[in-house]
Design a protein around this ligand. Sequence first.
Ligand code: NAD
Length: 411
Amino acid sequence: MDVFDNVKKQVNKAGTIMGLDQEEKSLVLNPKRMLNVNFPVRMDSGKIRRFNGFRIQFNDARGPTKGGIRFHPDVDMGEVKSLAFWMTIKNAVADIPYGGAKGGVEVNPKDLSSAELERLSREYIKAIHEFIGPTKDIPAPDVYTNPQIMAWMTDEFEKIKGGHLPGVITGKPIELGGSRGRGIATAQGGAYVLRKYAEENDLDPNGICVAIQGFGNAGSFMAKILYEWGYNILAVSDSKGGIIDREGLDIPDLIKHKQKTGKVHGFANSKEITNEGLLESETDILVPAALENQITEKNAGNIKADLIVELANGPTTPEADEILNKKDITVIPDVLANAGGVTVSYFEWVQNNYGYYWTEEEVLKKLEAVMVSAYKNVKKTASENDTYLRNGAFILAIDRVLEAERLRGNI
Ligand code: NAD
């Protein structure tokens, strides 16, 4: 299944409500630049292996393009294109002066040694360096990439160009110009939106159950923040499977267990569940924080949660959206709920360009303001158009992108 089919359906839904014409729809749905690279990496054995990589700059009407780099064996052009499109929408929803991009390498980084991973990261940058830069296109981490990988990539880019250019990549370690608060930003941003939603709907965290799919950067920090706020985190999962404890999982202990063993399975007092079981568990809030296409027409009817907070990109298919809407399940969509990551990436770039750095307190205060404002604008647009939040977010963002295109004389 091509994930970009989901994008087309999402744009068609919002486009019908907005009355987009063919020219506008075609501009919104066509990427500006798609790069497919194939590059060599010397493995520890001395042999050369070639890898397939991508970078797609979808739309830059509102500013330089921006989006993460994914290292995953299933990465392909359709997935990267969809992720680059969603970045365009997300940056417009958060009203950040960026367009959207995404990159990826078809690789399972778990099969590589640290030295091989470093060489792969550097070779990828050599292959795409002409196309990126602080005023052109600014990568960041995504699935299975992290601050260390961003450090190698920044270093490689600076060696090629000569001079310090920390604004080329965000999500760097703090020592190399990373922003305070970037590590937790995606989860923290989603948590701020959830807090606003809970305030508006008189939800008291105590006694509210949360199930989280994915226990990486987005999922584990979300578990930690919500645990500290008093929510009952009853189930979590990673690529090896899930665990559940109706009494609530001790998240700080679970994080230590995951660091030690590399998986959530085997955690004291918990029962094992499958990822499918986690999605359909008896919970109040469901947080998909792993990969795309997890909630589909096959399982949407079995979802018991009242609220879904999408930290992953594209976890719900357009068909599932309709089923969830009929069941009165509120979905806080990815392009809003996980915009905290790119928002603090934007703050990192601003600090790099200024050469002046903020405290974590300042970063989080600014992040909350952006997230709450984006949430209010999405909600207002959805309600004015008598539709659900995802359509509201798309209408708001497409409108902003098209206005920028119009002002540039491109439409
Ligand atoms: P990560 O690599 O840190 O973690 C990914 C997690 O997903 C791991 O725990 C992995 O075990 C788990 N996983 C993989 N396949 C799975 C499966 N089939 N079922 C259940 N779990 C599975 O990645 P991340 O940065 O946390 O990204 C997770 C999602 O959040 C992605 O969709 C990503 O695009 C999105 N996202 C991340 C950021 C960010 O700043 N890191 C920002 C916005 C959106």
